[in-house]
Design a protein around this ligand. Structure first.
Ligand code: SAH
Length: 345
């Protein structure tokens, strides 16, 4: 059992950084279940409506078209879940004459099996290092970066400390580490009140840097959609979701989904430093509106009038500011010699 293993590790080696706890909990969580949908823990945009994946596919196809239709291109999805987004995106791309090879970066054997049912021709990767290097990459990451581990730095009375996870038996709780880490705190946040928290995700930044280096060398584009903020900033966004409700993130490690809001400011800066152009982020609602979700919903309604209410509800859920439209944001990363992406202005 993971809680016992983590408790043993903490008893032997001392409290562990939040990032280790989060990485271990999520590795176990995703390896042992399909968490998506009404019977699971959470629902994502592609599971709400086919419109999300279709518009994502058309967005990529439009860029590819204006980039001069390179003969070979690879569709790359990070954390593809059930493969629903990829199915909708690839169908839409096919309609635009784009039929890329399919690559999935996925660590969960359970979700790989679900993906293989819909995409038997795909190639799976544990990370991005093994992605092909011969042609442009068309990259999609929806609700992926939020699952990557974060560090938390907490303000104590006098200085900033790494936030660690301690335990009593298998009851886990956060504490402040013993060593000041003030050197890594951005100057403008340095004087925050005691108890303030700053989050950083070195793993996300490393991944973004490597993706951007690939795009610069090979051509292509990435669309990153997630809930997030313009950081670095103060705030504790570590959250657990279980059965569609929020839970204490330190409870039941490995049995609930641990996520953090994505720092789009820092991710974008990493991509820019690696030589790519970034566009956005803009709200998911704005992005989908500009890509024509209203027209797509209208076309679906004409095909299936009996589903009109369901289609309208899905479009509203994806775009309304008080639903997913404003909390979720879309960030584009493009190779420097690729065209300006649609949907951002
Ligand atoms: N994009 C999908 C699923 C989101 S859930 C959707 O929108 O429905 C997060 C996905 O990322 C899952 O497929 C999970 O198995 C995968 N994942 C989480 N951490 C990962 C990691 N470190 N490396 C690769 N995949 C990971």
């Amino acid at each position: 059992m993971l809680p016992e293993r983590l408790a043993r590790a903490i008893t032997m080696a001392g409290p562990m950084p939040v990032a280790y706890f989060m990485a271990a909990a999520n590795a176990h969580y995703y390896a042992t279940r399909d968490p998506l949908g009404t019977g699971g823990d959470f629902t994502t945009a592609p599971e709400i409506s086919q419109m999300f994946g279709e518009l994502t596919g058309l967005w990529l196809a439009d860029l590819w078209d204006r980039a001069g239709r390179p003969a070979a291109a690879h569709y790359v999805e990070l954390g593809p879940g059930r493969g629903t987004l990829a199915a909708d995106a690839l169908r839409a791309m096919r309609g635009a004459d784009l039929t890329p090879a399919v690559h999935f970066v996925e660590t969960s054997p359970v979700l790989r099996a679900a993906q293989a049912e819909r995409h038997p021709q795909a190639t799976w990767h544990d990370g991005i290092a093994t992605l092909p290097g011969d042609a442009p990459l068309l990259i999609v990451a929806n609700e992926f970066f939020d699952a990557l581990p974060i560090r938390q730095i907490v303000r104590t009375g006098a200085d900033w400390r790494e936030r660690l996870v301690a335990c009593q038996d298998t009851l886990f709780l956060p504490i402040a580490g013993g060593t000041p880490v003030d050197g890594i705190v951005p100057a403008h946040l340095g004087e925050a009140p005691p108890g303030s928290i700053i989050e950083t995700s070195p793993e996300s930044v490393a991944l973004m840097t490597a993706l951007a280096a690939r795009l610069k060398a090979q051509g292509g584009a990435a669309i990153i959609v997630d809930y997030g903020y313009e950081g670095p900033a103060l705030g504790d966004t570590l959250q657990a979701v279980s059965g569609h409700a929020y839970a204490n993130p330190f409870d039941r490690p490995g049995e609930q989904d641990l996520t953090a809001h994505v720092d789009f400011g820092t991710l974008g800066a990493a991509a820019r430093v690696a030589g790519c152009r970034i566009t956005g982020p803009v709200g998911q609602g704005e992005w989908l509106d500009r890509l024509g979700i209203a027209e797509r919903a209208e076309a679906l309604r004409r095909q299936a009038p009996e589903r009109a209410a369901e289609i309208a509800a899905a479009a509203a859920r994806l775009t309304a500011p008080d639903a997913m439209g404003a909390l979720f944001r879309a960030l584009a990363v493009t190779a420097p010699d690729w065209p300006e992406p649609e949907g951002f202005a």
